[in-house]
Design a protein around this ligand. Structure first.
Ligand code: CP3
Length: 356
């Protein structure tokens, strides 16, 4: 059974962490910081344990997931762990033939293009992912007062992979379905909302103390199309996990024009990429929500002095939120070629520069 009270109990040890306090907009000793894709190919210890193990297989080995998730916490002293998995893992769990090709991304053997194809997207049942439940449980025991962020792909971003059959810059087949076959599109994103909500519930039930919904590619849409064709499905996801009371983060890339709507969809924290300063984002999102972000990831390739200047600008812009409500992050994920030491230094800098 899916009992919200159980999750609240497991959240206990991390409840007063700077990360969860900031997400609730409560006073913090320092601005919390974590990085999207903090686990992964930027870390030599990751490359070592992943050697010879395909990406999706690694996501189904709880001891390995635990180790990979903990690596950036140990190394960088970030304020939160993000569960090591991938947005396509629940699609695999319901039987979609998907693989993650190195250097390419998720590839779908038989793309979803018709009502008939939709039948292959069956709902995710609570016991469909025992390896996720086990890995989250192992992690929460080990992490103690460090919160674990669970995550899932949002309906639009998942739909793009399923309809295109793989990564796409223009999302042409996806948009063709959205504009040309609105009923099929609505049915597709509704089914994906149920799968996504199911994946998040499994992680929260097992002890994740916050969740992030990644709508990485939704910045490809204009606000009216987002409101009409995507927002109802994303709202369904946020509503489904609302009873658990864990902070809900909503993130996408290139979403400057969508920030207000992405907050309204049901997020407690809105993730911002590097294109919109946080003080401007705060106005677009409106009161009552925390913000996460938003250092340009590419800044990490510059000398330390420049990184610190840019990080200070982010902290300064976040003062528009008041005393709390800012979670420091990059505007998108860590890149494989980044120097991990630059990330470690950045965490220490943000903690020092924001100490209250
Ligand atoms: O942030 C973390 O540390 C947690 C792990 C995580 C992964 N994928 C691991 C991963 C998270 C949160 C994701 C989410 C994800 N996956 C998103 C949304 C986040 C974003 O970047 O906007 C998307 C769009 C995907 C789909 C996906 N999976 C892509 C585009 C790729 C890259 C393909 C490549 O090789 O360039 C993946 C593979 C993937 N997911 C890797 C990792 C560590 C790299 C594969 C490997 O290590 O062999």
């Amino acid at each position: 059974g899916q009992q919200p009270s159980h999750a609240a109990v497991r959240q206990g040890a991390a409840y007063d962490s700077a990360f969860l306090r900031a997400a609730r907009r409560e006073p913090v000793p320092h601005t919390p910081v974590w990085f999207m894709r903090q686990a992964g190919r930027s870390l030599p210890e990751y490359l070592k344990v992943r050697e010879g193990i395909p990406m999706l297989e690694s996501c189904m080995r709880p001891e390995l997931v635990k180790e990979i998730t903990l690596q950036p916490v140990r190394r960088h002293k970030v304020d939160a762990a993000i569960f090591f998995s991938d947005i396509v893992v629940p699609l695999k769990a319901v039987g979609i033939d998907v693989d993650i090709k190195p250097g390419v991304g998720p590839v779908i053997a038989d793309p979803i293009r018709s009502f008939e194809d939709l039948q292959r997207l069956r709902p995710l049942e609570p016991d469909d992912m025992p390896y996720i439940t086990e890995a989250v449980g192992l992690l929460v025991d080990e992490l103690g007062s460090t919160p674990l962020i669970g995550f899932a792909g949002a309906p639009f971003t998942l739909a793009s992979y399923l309809v295109e059959g793989g990564p796409s810059k223009s999302h042409e087949k996806t948009k063709a379905m959205m504009y040309g076959e609105p009923e099929l599109w609505a049915a597709l994103v509704d089914r994906l909302a149920d799968i996504t909500a199911g994946f998040l519930k499994i992680q929260i039930e097992a002890g994740a103390s916050a969740i992030q919904l990644f709508d990485s590619w939704v910045g490809a849409l204009a606000p009216d199309d987002y409101r009409r064709s995507v927002m109802p499905a994303s709202t369904k996801v946020f509503d489904a996990v609302a009873p658990y009371g864990v902070p809900r983060i909503h993130f996408g890339v290139g979403t400057g024009e969508l920030l207000g709507l992405m907050g309204q969809a049901g997020a407690d924290v809105v993730g911002v990429d590097w294109r919109v300063p946080l003080n401007v984002a705060a106005e677009r999102v409106g009161p009552g929500k925390a913000l996460q972000g938003n250092l340009d990831p590419a800044v990490l390739f510059a000398p330390t002095q420049a990184v610190e200047t840019k990080a200070r600008e982010v902290l300064h812009a976040a003062q528009a939120l008041g005393d709390s409500g800012h979670i420091f992050n990059l505007g998108h994920g860590v890149m494989p070629s980044m120097d991990p030491d630059a990330l470690t230094r950045l965490v220490a800098f943000v903690h020092e520069a924001s100490a209250r």
